[in-house]
Design a protein around this ligand. Sequence first.
Ligand SMILES: Cc1cc2nc3c(=O)[nH]c(=O)nc-3n(C[C@H](O)[C@H](O)[C@H](O)COP(=O)(O)O)c2cc1C
Length: 182
Amino acid sequence: MKVLVIYESMFGSTRKIAEAIAAGLAGTSTVVVSSVNDVAPESIDLADLIVIGAPTHVHGMSMPATRAAAVAMTKDPRRQLEIDGKALGIGVREWLQALPPASALYAAFDTRRDMPRLLTGAASRSIRRNLSRRGWRQVASRSSFLVDDNETIKAGELERARAWGERVGRVAAAALADTSAS
Ligand SMILES: Cc1cc2nc3c(=O)[nH]c(=O)nc-3n(C[C@H](O)[C@H](O)[C@H](O)COP(=O)(O)O)c2cc1C
């Protein structure tokens, strides 16, 4: 099974979660991890499964203004934050807007603060809504991974991401086997 793990990340946490998910998937699949800024929406044709994740900004997917706010945060020396290597450019919202009409199997994830979801929102919810509207098939429940107020991934979350990746891989492989048998 060929899997494309696509992420957006301003400070690096969603990238690290994407890499942990990819490590979990690697047992069952050939996995490529890419920033949204490195993968053309048309290239999804090459994958059996797309795993896609983004940081939660203002309860949902980022927008140019929220990404600019994240860049502004890195200018505050008290915060000691750096912009991640592939952060600048588009986000998942714009990547989804450029998708061709084709549909595929997917699983969605996000990073967000450790508070009740009603207070934080979750980018993966917006991703799911967008892809479901297009007829994409979700293979496993979306998942949120938690970062603290200093933008550090909370203890245990990388391990949870790896385990989620393993589960997504198993369920997707079964779904693909079903499709080819029928
Ligand atoms: C402009 C902005 C808005 C944010 N809004 C939310 C929010 O509504 N809910 C939340 O849980 N986290 C919010 N956050 C925190 C992000 O979810 C957090 O920075 C992100 O998970 C870190 O991932 P990254 O390192 O991959 O950018 C916001 C962060 C920024 C910069």
